[in-house]
Design a protein around this ligand. Structure first.
Ligand SMILES: Nc1ncnc2c1ncn2[C@@H]1O[C@H](COP(=O)(O)OP(=O)(O)O)[C@@H](O)[C@H]1O
Ligand SMILES: [Mg+2]
Length: 405
């Protein structure tokens, strides 16, 4: 990959190790959204996808997002991902990919599989994940193999809408540094749901209730602590400047906002754990009525302030909110590259179109500098001109792709 020059040199975040970044080098889609069947071989360099509205650009990013824990960048209901079409030669959706980094290649396969239905119930499906051909317990194991981050037009409302999307965004920032985070969040939420069910049922099996609350406390403290670590790291990176992005995008002050996170700021973890257990115990009756849990990291939020303006993100202009998100994503990617020696794969859907020329150029240069594989989409190929010779240009049209000469 050609070298690009930068004008900054920051002590902590300056040395991304581009060689070790993981990249998708093969992607195969089957019955995935508007793709009947697609095979692409790609290099580690950035990928630019251009094409008309509805061509299938975001669908391709979504496919890549399924190479990480969770429900992908659309948070789709998984059966909706299966291709709908008039020709009925169909099966369930599948994504196969090869991820390559310095240590070698890993094959990932994921998709829906039929679950043999009992008697004449509706046939159902479940998500499966295979790593090098071996079935994995859950999609959470993908956190060990790949880190994928994204920015989509839907996220333009991230600071306006409910806390859950911001919480997920924050959790995704943690994955690179803490590969067990996704698993812990799932385990916490599972215990939370089981506790709610038990409380609702009205049977007070106290031993079972305590066991579930202990599980919640154990994982919940770890989850909250990991979020705190992530925002502290990010804050330090933002203060240090963050490469070209730091010169062109606003410094974002990011905070993990939650009761357990606040306790962790002033008390040792063991004490926080007993406080949390007490809180759970005290709210059993209330939680039985409400169906959730009054306290816990499942209610936390990510609070963001536009640093230069001291303005809460939800009161910033749409463009400023977008710039804050870009700043966070890029600072985090640079941090991962510098500290962990591996940059995440970044999926930037329709991001370039909303930036002025200077910021767009800075974004591109920063992506090259960070060194991870970036996937960028847009309707207008001309916007990506600064990436000529540095990226792979692919045109997308009605579920087919063509590699530009
Ligand atoms: N399950 C599905 N089966 C078939 N087509 C689908 C499915 N889900 C979405 N699509 C279609 O995929 C097309 C491309 O979507 P998208 O990737 O979002 O386009 P864009 O290139 O604008 O990002 C849309 O026309 C949409 O209707
Ligand atoms: Mg799109």
């Amino acid at each position: 990959m050609p070298e690009t020059s930068t004008t900054t040199s920051q002590p902590m975040t300056s040395a991304p190790n581009r060689a070790e970044a993981a990249a998708v080098t093969r992607l195969v889609l089957t019955n995935f959204r508007n793709y009947t069947s697609l095979k692409m071989n790609i290099a580690a360099a950035p990928v630019v996808l251009t094409g008309e509205n509805g061509a299938g650009k975001t669908n391709l990013l979504e496919a890549v997002s399924f190479l990480s824990p969770g429900r992908g960048l659309r948070r789709a209901k998984l059966p909706d991902v299966t291709r709908r079409g008039r020709d009925q030669s169909r099966g369930l959706w599948a994504v196969a990919a090869t991820l390559q980094d310095q240590t070698g290649k890993t094959d990932i396969g994921t998709g829906l599989e039929p679950v043999s239905a009992e008697s004449d119930a509706e046939p159902s499906t479940r998500r499966v994940v295979h790593i090098d051909g071996v079935p994995a317990r859950s999609a959470n194991v993908l956190a060990d193999i790949s880190v994928v981050g994204w920015l989509t037009p839907q996220m333009d409302r991230l600071f306006i809408e409910g806390a859950s999307a911001r919480r997920r965004f924050l959790d995704r920032l943690v994955y690179g540094f803490d590969t067990g985070h996704a698993r812990r969040v799932s385990a916490y939420e599972k215990a939370l749901r089981e506790r709610a069910r038990l409380l609702r049922s009205g049977q007070r099996d106290l031993a079972w209730l305590s066991a579930l609350e202990n599980t919640m406390a154990e994982h919940g403290i770890a989850v909250a602590a990991a979020r705190r670590d992530a925002v502290l790291r990010l804050g330090a990176a933002m203060d240090d400047g963050f490469g070209l992005a730091g010169e062109n995008f606003p410094r974002a002050e990011v905070r993990a906002d939650g009761v357990v996170e606040d306790w962790l700021a002033v008390h040792p973890a063991v004490e926080v754990e007993s406080r949390f257990l007490d809180a759970l115990k005290a709210s059993r009756d209330q939680d039985a009525a409400s169906g959730g849990a009054k306290t816990g990291p499942h209610r936390s939020d990510m609070a963001v302030v536009h640093g230069p303006k001291s303005m809460p993100a939800n009161q910033c202009s749409t463009g400023e909110q977008k710039a804050l998100l870009i700043a966070i994503i890029l600072a985090d990617a640079r941090l991962q590259a510098a500290r962990l020696g591996r940059a995440p794969i970044l999926l930037l859907d329709e991001v370039a179109a909303h930036l002025d020329d200077t910021r767009r150029a800075a974004l591109f240069e920063e992506l090259i500098e960070i060194g991870g594989q970036a996937w960028l989409t847009g309707t207008d190929a001309a916007l990506f001109k600064p990436l000529r010779n540095k990226a792979q240009f692919i045109t997308v049209s009605q579920g087919e792709i063509a590699v530009a000469a």
